[in-house]
Design a protein around this ligand. Structure first.
Ligand code: NAD
Length: 276
């Protein structure tokens, strides 16, 4: 039905490589926007407790009438909910807002090293998975030293690590670490939040050569690298455009041209310094 590739996770589940992100979508627009995404063919939604729009995502899921097993729904444990009990209680709240019995993926949103509770929080996620409330569990914004500590203290490996990743911040070491440890890499802000990355002339020329837009070329670069992506938009034509990336292929030369655009430049905070 859909030509979105699936990526196998270490939990045994599989995730559609392209989804739809709802960060900064106003709750009043969220149900309609997610409904549009479902109509276009998206089946994977990336939300979070922090985004304040889980109930509206739930509304769109209920209205869609889509079978549960066709959907892949991710939410994330908020920074205010770190801790073994808190992370599980927070998931119960999310499930109730989403109108679901389980999420497909539950992530720790940020490691918050200053709080120093991410190991206990992870153990809460492990319990939630055992209880059948999350099919897969993972982390977001973790660096290799945070992941090493989880491995040492709990012995389990997250299914995914969701990190800031786009042509201006390519994170080669983190991607290699994830790959070596069987962790799937999810790329947040895949088109650099719609500024800078997609204005680059070299991406523009590649786009022209394929009769595609710079956003489509950037998303296609992620797909060919094996990253999982969920671009965000509230504009129907862009939601459609971002889904239409499976009828062309970038050459090795074009992949390396984009590979040269890395500036190591973050748009968001450094996870070692972000503590709120
Ligand atoms: P993005 O790279 O997806 O960019 C979105 C912006 O780009 C839109 O607001 C719009 O202005 C523009 N845009 C979208 N489609 C376009 C197109 N076809 N052409 C031109 N401009 C276009 O950035 P994002 O929203 O920050 O990231 C995507 C998703 O990643 C979020 O919705 C969220 O689900 C997730 N995310 C996670 C974290 C985290 O800490 N885990 C942080 C940020 C985002």
């Amino acid at each position: 039905m859909s030509n979105v590739p699936a990526i196998a996770l270490n939990s045994g589940a599989s995730i559609p490589q392209l989804g739809f992100g709802v960060f900064q979508i106003d709750p009043k627009d969220t149900a309609a926007t997610v409904q549009t995404a479902f109509e276009i063919g998206y089946r994977h939604i990336d939300t979070a407790q922090m985004y304040g729009n889980e109930a509206e995502v739930g509304e769109a899921i209920a209205r869609s009438g889509l079978p549960r097993d066709e959907l892949f729904i991710t939410t994330k444990c908020n920074n205010s909910n770190h801790g073994y009990d808190e992370s599980q209680r927070a998931l119960d709240e999310s499930l109730s807002k989403l109108g679901l019995e389980f999420v497909d993926l539950y992530l720790i949103h940020w490691p918050l090293p200053g709080k120093d509770l991410y190991v206990q929080t992870w153990q809460g996620l492990e319990q939630a998975a055992k209880d059948g409330k999350a099919r897969s569990i993972g982390v977001s914004n973790f660096k290799s030293h945070h992941l090493d500590r989880l491995a040492q203290e709990t012995g389990t490996t997250p299914a995914v690590n969701q990190i800031e990743l786009h042509p201006h911040l390519q994170q080669p070491e983190m991607r290699a670490y994830d790959q070596q440890h069987g962790i799937a890499t999810e790329a947040w802000s895949p088109i650099g939040q719609g500024k800078g990355v997609i204005d680059d002339d070299r991406i523009g020329s590649i786009a022209q050569a394929h009769g595609k837009t710079p956003a489509q070329v950037t998303l296609r670069w992620h797909i060919q690298l094996g990253n999982i992506i969920f671009p965000k938009s509230v504009t129907e034509s862009r939601i459609r455009e971002n889904f239409d990336i499976f009828d062309f292929e970038l050459t090795d030369q074009e992949m390396s041209t984009i590979g040269e655009l890395d500036q190591g430049k973050r748009l968001g905070p450094d996870p070692d310094e972000f503590d709120r």
